[in-house]
Design a protein around this ligand. Structure first.
Ligand SMILES: Cc1cc2nc3c(=O)[nH]c(=O)nc-3n(C[C@H](O)[C@H](O)[C@H](O)COP(=O)(O)O)c2cc1C
Length: 379
């Protein structure tokens, strides 16, 4: 992985190693992908201020996230079907994150289950919750996360219904994930991927298989979600979930100041300003454009985290400058996973940490807490 110089290198390698249907799934935004594009375009528009002749020899990217020490202000975001980018993908990504000293979030829609990951790593990780209609099952999932000593519950609040991703329909993305005849030729050219999946612990959604009888038969993913996910989910349910979860609660997927104000009253420890990586409401604002007003409104009440479009340490500096305490990476680490398993995720984190450290030096900053509006160039 040493010859991988930037996240784009990992992306290109992942495209060569991972079958089309799963790469398309990772890359997709919803509908016309306008919000997906806006996430990147609006981040790139923020220009950093070059400062000179400060002593930057003793600098550190260390910080705290929800009171816990972290080597940089970054956590790995929950990614459904992570274990289809690489066999045992969730375990490998969690190990890489923990070795690098940052949090990992396991998705409800993961391939390896909560228990699989807990048995394979030695430190706590975060668990992301999607709420389905069967509330008894949701209660059991929360109890399983608590039993596995997960250190935070990340409740995703922006996916009561699913935004359409055209390629997932064209590729026939199914529950459980299934290799279709038309993909066989593609997969034949990706033997390392196929071997990894064959050797992996599981081939379907580890947290929910067994509970949903219909899962033995194949259903289109979007159809399954629209049948099982609870479209009635509302703020009262957040109270219910909070009453069941003994630890820190993070609400992920806010994009509006009014919603952030309500969230701040729930007792959640943090919110993640996020539009699900441009995969839900197409035409919504980019994550970065709503970060400043959200921080202004609730930044002193809870920790404001950010995701959407982070591809470099420079991007991390940009979002900290606009008030985020830390951020999450989705696709950047998924490219690493597809490119090289655990080593690839480790490399993705290392690349972004080195970039952040160099960026800090070139901005004349030595501590993460000193990255604020002053590092942004007036345009
Ligand atoms: C392939 C893929 C799968 C995702 N699955 C989930 C999920 O299961 N749960 C969730 O809360 N968010 C999910 N997300 C959203 C991410 O957690 C995160 O918000 C998003 O990827 C951030 O944008 P970025 O990819 O530009 O970093 C997914 C995103 C992608 C790209």
């Amino acid at each position: 992985m040493r010859n991988m110089t930037c996240i784009e290198d990992l992306r290109q390698l992942a495209h060569r190693k991972v079958p089309r249907a799963f790469i398309d799934y990772a890359e997709a935004g919803s509908y016309a992908e306008q919000t997906l594009a806006a996430n990147r375009a609006d981040l790139e528009r923020i220009k950093l201020r070059q400062r000179i002749l400060f002593d930057v020899s003793q600098r550190t990217t260390k910080t705290t996230i929800l009171g816990e020490p972290a080597t940089m202000p970054l956590a790995l975001a929950p990614i459904g079907l992570c274990g289809m980018q690489h066999g045992d993908g969730e375990i490998l990504a969690c190990r890489a994150a923990q070795a690098a000293g940052i949090p990992f979030t396991l998705s409800t829609m993961s391939i390896c289950s909560i228990e699989d990951v807990a048995a394979a790593v030695d430190k706590p990780f975060w668990f992301q919750l999607y709420v389905m209609k069967d509330r008894g099952f949701i209660r059991a999932l929360i109890e399983r996360a608590a039993a596995a000593k997960c250190s935070a519950l990340v409740l995703t609040v922006d996916l009561q219904v699913i935004g359409q991703r055209h390629n997932d329909i064209r590729n026939g993305m199914t529950v459980p994930p299934r290799v279709r005849l038309k993909n066989v030729v593609d997969i034949a050219t990706k033997p390392a991927w196929a071997l990894g999946i064959l050797r992996g612990k599981r081939k379907t959604f580890g947290n929910i298989a067994g509970h949903y009888p219909g899962m033995e038969s194949v259903t289109v993913l979007s159809k399954w979600i629209s049948e099982q996910f609870d479209a009635t989910l509302n703020w009262k349910d957040v109270e219910w979930i909070k009453s069941l979860w003994p630890g820190k609660l993070i609400l992920k997927g806010l994009l509006d100041v009014e919603d952030a104000r309500i969230a701040a009253k729930t007792g959640a420890a943090a919110i993640v300003v996020s539009n699900h990586g441009g995969r839900q409401l197409d035409g919504a604002l980019s994550s970065i454009s709503v970060l400043p007003p959200v921080v202004e409104a609730v930044g002193s009440d809870l920790e404001v985290m950010f995701d959407g479009g982070i591809r470099s340490g420079q991007d991390i500096a940009r979002v900290l400058a606009l008030g985020a305490r830390s951020c999450m990476s989705g696709r950047a680490y998924i490219y690493g996973l597809g490119a090289g398993g655990q080593a690839g995720v480790a490399r993705a984190i290392e690349i972004m940490r080195n970039e952040l450290s160099t960026t800090m030096a070139l901005m004349g900053v030595t501590k993460v807490s000193d990255i604020d509006r002053r590092v942004i160039a007036a345009m």
